[in-house]
Design a protein around this ligand. Structure first.
Ligand code: HPA
Ligand code: ZN
Length: 340
């Protein structure tokens, strides 16, 4: 398949996204519009000035700007507009299923009600299903730089909306905040019926991946890149078919991989790992799903079969039930067959 055809194959392919922070899909133009509406002053004078600040040496430098951006969100309409903008974007990119993370504490710690956040997001999910046929799940992420008590409080606030949330997750500053810090709240979440995921091995070491596996009973690892430093862990992940939600452009922007030609996603597939492609924080990292697929495909000479495998992995690793998975995988398979 020539490059142009492979590009087209990727762009039109039905895809699933499993690692997306809705606050990280906040495009500067919308941020200024909402700030204006809420009469909040942004530290930057223009969209261009704000975009120019998107240069990060590590995760923390990004998080500081990401939390500042999220601070302009206040009303249910804001959360609806934010989420709907993401759905419009992914609909253009043929994403047919997405599992959206949100960080309640980023909002409730500023006095925004949990209800305001989740109602806005849920209305957009319903609209996207109705208008585009896109299915979606919600993952409530605990901020790991805060303490476990705060996570417990968030878990309690979420209970009236339990049926709207598929899983709990763990994000924010990884180094110094190992998964075991949240062992009790994850255990309680599981008892309440939530599935669990966690960011691990993004900046933190392979031991944090072991920690998440052993202490948080996770169904997927978010990122997981550092697993490759530990051969025993790689073998374990492959045997367990533990999915990794890999985010190529994020890894470049946060300097976890020096250049895209050195991205490990192909090596992950070669080692039998269940790798998937995701955008993480697309408004900050320079691309949504298609841009992430295209970047690694071009740089690592991925084949159409590699691309198919990555996408099949995403549908299989999703929190859809078996019937729903099978319907979407049939769509993918038909697409793949008809492209031959
Ligand atoms: N890592 C950790 N926390 C995050 C990220 C990330 O890439 N994006 C938003 N919160
Ligand atoms: Zn992430």
């Amino acid at each position: 398949m020539n490059t142009n055809n492979l590009h087209q194959f990727i762009e039109n392919m039905p895809k699933a996204e499993l690692h997306l922070h809705i606050e990280g899909s906040f495009e500067p133009e919308l941020m200024f519009k909402i700030a204006d509406r809420n009469k909040i002053k942004i530290k930057y004078n223009s969209v261009e000035e704000l975009k120019a600040a998107y240069q990060f040496n590590n995760l923390q430098e990004f998080l500081d700007i990401y939390y500042a951006g999220a601070n302009v969100l206040q009303t249910e309409e804001d959360y609806y507009d934010l989420t709907m903008a993401y759905f419009y974007k992914i609909n253009e990119q043929n994403v047919i299923h997405t599992e959206i993370m949100f960080d309640p504490q980023t909002h409730t710690d500023r006095g925004i009600e949990f209800l305001t956040v989740i109602n806005g997001i849920k209305s957009a999910q319903d609209k996207a299903k109705e208008e585009f046929g896109i299915t979606s799940k919600l993952i409530m992420s605990f901020l790991r730089h805060l303490d476990e008590d705060s996570a417990f409080k968030t878990l309690e606030q979420s209970l009236p909306f339990k049926n709207l949330i598929a899983a709990v997750g763990l994000d924010s500053s990884e180094l110094g905040n190992p998964p075991s810090k949240f062992k009790n709240v994850f255990s309680q979440s599981i008892k309440l019926g939530f599935k669990t995921v966690a960011h691990a091995g993004e900046e933190g070491p392979a031991e944090y991946v072991w920690d998440a596996l052993n202490n948080l009973s996770i169904s997927r690892i978010d990122h997981g890149n550092k697993s490759l430093d530990d051969e025993r862990l790689v073998n374990h992940l492959a045997e367990e078919k533990m999915p990794l939600t890999v985010c190529p452009l994020s890894n470049i922007k946060l300097c976890n991989v020096d250049k895209i030609e050195n991205h490990p996603i192909k090596a992950m597939l070669n080692k039998g790992l269940v790798a998937t492609v995701n955008s993480d924080d697309p408004a900050y990292f320079g691309g949504y799903m298609n841009e992430n697929y295209l970047a690694v495909t071009e740089a690592l000479n991925l084949t159409k079969e590699d691309v198919y495998q990555l996408t099949l992995n995403s549908f299989n690793a999703s929190f859809l039930n078996e019937d729903e998975k099978s319907t979407l995988i049939t769509k993918l398979d038909n697409y793949f067959e008809s492209s031959k």
